[in-house]
Design a protein around this ligand. Sequence first.
Ligand SMILES: [Zn+2]
Ligand SMILES: [Zn+2]
Length: 142
Amino acid sequence: MTDPVELPPLTGGCLCGRVRYTARGAPTFELNCHCRVCQKITGSGYTPVAAFAEDAVRVEGEIKYHERLGDSGRKVWEGFCAECGARLTGKAETMPGLLLLQAGSYDDPNRFRPTADIFTASAAHWDAMDPAIGKFAGMPEM
Ligand SMILES: [Zn+2]
Ligand SMILES: [Zn+2]
């Protein structure tokens, strides 16, 4: 085992620049989610999402949260810039203490290293995936 390398803080923000965030430490998980909700929310094939400890992320600017019930029957919140509408964050009752960040909003999206594709059963045929990472038809055990 080698000592963990201290990464520089992860920075990112929305399209218009009113919301900025800084995350410290390593993400709890990094996944590409191809569920229908992620498709609807992003207007795209999937959501590249990383989870960080909520208290390790500092947010400046106003994030507006949309609340809904997830498949679990528990509450889920998707966060958007109140001004430009760019999707930035997410929270879930089933994941207390974690803040989800949309990897496309990173200042350097190459910091994102997804380990798996989830909800591949609902992926669109035009949604090409990296064959080198794990595949789960639905939600994996975490
Ligand atoms: Zn904005
Ligand atoms: Zn999803």
